[in-house]
Design a protein around this ligand. Structure first.
Ligand code: UT7
Length: 323
């Protein structure tokens, strides 16, 4: 038998404050028409003053535990993908662990920006198949509104805040594509492109900084690299486009999402999109999309899902899993 990390529960949290594109028309030289046609985004959620990455993540985590019928102490580990932890340290993950009342196991953060959830899934899968942990909660949570330069119309209209949480549990399969759980993955990064998407500040430069992006350049890399990493992961387990029930992509731009799906020969009806409602929530976008798609009945047990993401680094990757 082949050890597998199998999905047991999912949940999400979005801040109450919804900001439509029209809000930006008041302060910037932009239009709802430009934002919608260039990115697909219609609105995003922004955290209120009291909300942080960990408070949003705790709400998402509680929803995931309820969905799985588990208590916090049933978990062996919490892995959090974020670039916007509340504090420089401790990790958001340990703050979430305390917030959930979890008194055992271990918790830590992973930072791979918009691809963070893919890297966190890969790590959780490794913990489970190696026998280190039986139940792992994987969280993507971000407060990107705190990194925006509100005078830069080319970036501040694109991002949003939120959190999603997925619980994986050790299971067994036959070692082929009919198994439930994580079936294959592919991870990549190329630091020579670190200067096309970055924050111009950080602890060792004594500042917080703002997000900076050469959007066109990132776009150019995105479609090509996402299709390639998805194919690499699919080939590892013998999955073809016909097997794919859902692509659940990182939600940055509808044109990147649909361009990648076309390259993968998967029709638009089999692509989960939340970018119109959430904007780009970085590492939170995939668990948010999975949770919304599960809640609205799109994703069902045994569906074959390909999820892919790219972001700052550049870092990118894909995971093939059966729900
Ligand atoms: O999650 C991490 C990964 N991030 C991404 O995947 C984002 C990748 N990039 C993109 O999504 C797109 O490149 C953008 C949505 C950022 C931009 O779309 P684009 O089609 O690449 O537009 P552009 O950068 O070529 O800009 C076209 C024009 C420019 O004006 P000029 O130079 O042609 O006169 C911009 O100054 O649009 C202008 N522009 C805007 N106009 C109105 C840029 N931002 C805005 C705005 N409103 N908000």
């Amino acid at each position: 038998m082949t050890p597998r990390a199998v999905v047991k529960g999912i949940g999400h949290y979005l801040p109450k404050r919804i900001v439509p594109n029209s809000e930006f028309e008041k302060t910037l030289d932009t239009t709802d028409e430009w934002i919608t046609s260039r990115s697909g985004i219609k609105q995003r959620h922004f955290a209120s003053d009291g909300e942080t990455t960990s408070t949003m993540a705790i709400a998402a985590a509680k929803a995931a535990l309820a969905d799985a019928g588990m208590m916090a102490d049933d978990l062996d580990a919490i892995i959090v993908a974020t670039s916007t932890a509340d504090l420089t340290f401790p990790s958001a993950a340990t703050m979430i662990q305390a917030g959930l009342g979890m008194t055992r196991g271990f918790a830590f953060d992973i930072q791979a920006v918009c691809a963070g959830f893919i890297f966190a899934l890969a790590n959780a899968n490794a913990q489970i198949v190696s026998g280190q942990a039986k139940r792992v909660m994987v969280i993507g949570a971000e407060t990107f509104s705190r990194l925006m330069d509100w005078s830069d119309r080319s970036t501040c209209v694109l991002f949003g805040d939120g959190a999603g949480a997925l619980i994986l549990e050790a299971g067994e399969g036959n070692g082929d594509k009919s198994d439930r759980g994580i079936l294959a993955l592919d991870l990549n990064s190329d630091g020579t492109h670190r200067d096309i998407l970055y924050v111009d500040g950080g602890v060792s430069t004594n500042s917080v900084g703002h997000l900076r992006m050469e959007g066109k350049e990132v776009f150019r890399h995105a479609v090509e690299k996402l299709a390639q990493t998805a194919h690499t992961a699919m080939d590892k387990v013998g999955v073809t486009a016909d097997d794919v029930d859902w692509i659940v992509p990182h939600q940055a731009n509808i044109r990147i999402i649909m361009g990648t799906a076309r390259k993968m020969d998967v029709p638009a009806e089999r692509v989960v999109t939340t970018v119109q409602d959430h904007g780009n929530t970085s590492a939170a976008s995939i668990p948010l999309a999975l949770s919304v798609a599960k809640a609205n009945g799109q994703i069902k047990k045994n569906d074959l899902i390909v999820t892919e993401a790219i972001g700052g680094g550049l870092a990118w990757g894909a995971v093939v899993l059966r729900w």
